[in-house]
Every structure is written in structure tokens, then in C-alpha cells.
Design a protein around this ligand. Structure first.
Ligand code: GTP
Ligand code: MG
Length: 196
């Protein structure tokens, strides 16, 4: 699929505001600031498609994009950011949980984690939950440009070993929006999900 043709459809506060639940959807999830919106922009080669920010918690809505008819990408609100008000946090978590549990067209989940501190509790919960719900998972270790290649490989191996505990068939790759690392692997995975 030509990801450069991806366009924004809408932002929704909860699943009731999403378009009809048909076709195939792939969502990007991860802690606040993990690089989800940046990864979407890199994938689609569009700088301003998904809004990015130095401030964690930028994406507070379910942002939905269309790659082609009935093939969508979703930028989910980040989890785990301590500084947001409790009330707001609860709202996001509810929207996130609801989306993951009820969205039938959700075929694959790309879970993004900063390569320097992957597999935090909420990341593990997210992956466990997806595997249990028969949603396919790809893990991207983001900001790989921040590590030298030896350290990068070590982190990749560590996460690959740890991830065997999740079961399922989870592909794990290093990724960098800055240095365009792992972009082809991501594209191939999305193609495989959309073509299924
Ligand atoms: P929320 O929407 O708050 O959940 O964050 P997000 O996961 O969408 O993160 P976002 O893409 O907005 O990026 C957060 C910060 O990390 C920004 O300052 C980005 O410039 C930076 N960043 C993202 N990807 C990379 C990368 O590959 N390398 C480096 N060095 N920085 C990155
Ligand atoms: Mg974002």
C-alpha cells in the first residue's frame, strides 16, 4: 500500500464517535512521548500528518487516518504520563480500553517503546491484553538513533527474549523517525495485516 496517500479523517474522544467498524484498522499505542505520532509521519512521509510534541500527552484523542478505502491507521493517546490531572488520565484510559476491547476492525497493534526504557508495566499490560484478544502485535523500539549500534542490538535482543513470555508471534524491531531506521519493516508488517 502507498502510505504516502494516507489522509486524516477525524479525531474522536471515544469510540462512539468513530466511523463504522468495517475493514481493517491498525493502531499505534505506547507511553506518552514514545514517538507514536512521529512514527506515523515517518511512515507516511508527511511531516504534519499526526501532531508531535516535546510535551508528553500531546495526543489526547483517538486520531484516525485512512490509507485507502477500509484501511485505517489510528494514533492513540499515550499512556503512563504522570503529570496530567487524574481526571484526564482516567478519561484517556477509559477511551483506550474501550477502543481496544470493542473495535472489531482492529487487526494489529503497533506498540512503541523508547529503546532506552522498554517494557514498562503498562507496555507489558498492553501487549498481554492484545495477545489475549487475538490482536496481532508489532513492537517498535523507538528513538534507536539515541543508542550506538552495539547498545541498540543488546536492547533489541533483551526485548526479543523477554517477549517470548507474551506468547503469540510478535515481531520486534528497532525504529527511528530521525534516522529512518525500521521504516521498511513497519511497512511490510502493515502490508501483511492489510492484505490478510
Ligand atoms: P504523545 O502523543 O504525547 O503520546 O507522544 P507521541 O508518542 O506521539 O510522541 P511524539 O511523536 O510526539 O514524539 C515525542 C518526542 O520525541 C518529540 O520531541 C519527537 O521529536 C521525539 N522523537 C520522536 N521520534 C524520535 C526519533 O526517532 N528519534 C529522536 N531522537 N527523537 C524522536
Ligand atoms: Mg502523539
Amino acid at each position: 500500500w502507498n502510505y504516502q496517500l494516507t489522509h486524516f479523517v477525524l479525531s474522536a474522544p471515544d469510540i462512539r464517535h468513530l466511523p463504522s467498524d468495517t475493514g481493517i484498522e491498525v493502531a499505534f499505542a505506547g507511553r506518552s512521548n514514545a514517538g507514536k505520532s512521529s512514527a506515523l509521519n515517518t511512515l507516511t512521509n508527511q511531516k504534519g500528518l499526526a501532531r508531535t510534541s516535546k510535551t508528553p500527552g500531546r495526543t489526547q484523542l483517538i486520531n484516525l487516518f485512512e490509507v485507502a478505502e477500509d484501511k485505517r491507521l489510528v494514533d492513540l493517546p499515550g499512556y503512563g504520563y504522570a503529570e496530567v490531572p487524574e481526571e484526564v488520565k482516567i478519561k484517556w484510559q477509559r477511551a483506550l480500553g474501550e477502543y481496544l476491547q470493542k473495535r472489531n476492525s482492529l487487526k494489529g497493534l503497533v506498540v512503541l517503546m523508547d529503546i532506552r526504557h522498554p517494557l514498562k508495566d503498562l507496555d507489558q499490560q498492553m501487549v498481554h491484553w492484545a495477545v489475549a484478544s487475538n490482536i496481532e502485535v508489532m513492537i517498535l523500539l523507538t528513538k534507536a538513533d539515541k543508542l550506538a549500534s552495539g547498545a541498540r542490538k543488546a536492547q533489541l535482543n533483551m526485548v526479543r527474549e523477554a517477549a517470548t513470555a507474551f506468547g503469540g508471534n510478535i515481531e520486534i524491531e528497532a525504529f527511528s523517525s530521525l534516522k529512518k531506521i525500521g521504516v521498511d519493516k513497519l511497512r511490510q508488517k502493515l502490508d501483511s495485516w492489510y492484505n490478510d
